[in-house]
Design a protein around this ligand. Structure first.
Ligand code: PRP
Length: 207
């Protein structure tokens, strides 16, 4: 199921990302702010576990998300600012890294780095990647994560094309995908229109 954040604050921040005058530092900050909005929405029904803490009035129990059950997985490199913000929210959560590069001729993604636990039983896997263009990278990341048997898989994305999102919906209907903005379409080079260019390049000043 695909959930688009329909919110004027989110749209304003996202539109700053489209502006080429937004420098890399501000770009990463906005990406992180949008990540937080996506997390709040995606985990709105997460159960809370009572834990006893020391308060100003002595010991009391309050509800907390079981962060140890969360595994954030990102696809390098554009997803790095997102996983940074996610692990700031949940410092006890685990972080896993995949590297995939989209072949610019075939538009297929190729996996070349995999630092994700071999078993993800009992975990909520939360994949974070700013862009869903053809959907190829995300489809591959989800398929790979499914082989590790997690409890459920959530995807958090900033911007996507309807074509790529449709593929995710068809191939992985069990995945809950939260996205800040669904744009118009892909161009012939499989870039999102109007889009924001290449999020990895924009985050790290790569030409
Ligand atoms: C971007 C983006 C996704 C992928 C989306 O990464 O971060 O992982 O492209 O495209 P798709 O939906 O067509 O697969 P890219 O390959 O540009 O690498 P980068 O993160 O190093 O910039």
């Amino acid at each position: 199921m695909i959930h688009e954040l329909n919110n004027p604050v989110v749209k304003t921040l996202l539109n700053h990302l489209r502006d080429t005058r937004t420098d890399a530092l501000r770009f990463r900050h906005i990406v992180q702010e949008l990540l937080r909005s996506l997390v709040y929405k995606a985990l709105k029904d997460e159960p809370l576990e009572k834990r006893e803490i020391e308060t100003w009035q002595g010991k009391h129990s309050f509800g907390f998300i079981r962060e140890e059950d969360l595994l954030f997985v990102t696809v390098l490199r554009a997803g790095l600012p997102m996983i940074e913000a996610a692990t700031e929210l949940f410092p006890r959560a685990e972080a896993g890294f995949l590297a995939m590069k989209r072949d610019e001729k075939t538009h297929q993604s190729v996996l070349y780095y995999d630092r994700v636990p071999a078993s993800c039983e009992g975990r909520t896997v939360i994949i974070v990647d700013p862009m869903v263009a053809t959907g190829g990278s995300l489809c591959d990341a989800i398929a790979l994560m499914k082989t590790r048997s997690p409890e459920k898989i959530i995807s958090l994305n900033l911007i996507g094309a309807p074509e790529g999102l449709e593929i995710i919906k068809q191939k992985h209907p069990d995945v809950e995908l939260y996205i800040a903005q669904i744009d118009e379409r892909l161009n012939e080079d499989k870039f999102i229109l109007p889009g924001l260019g290449d999020a990895g390049d924009r985050s790290y000043n790569t030409p």
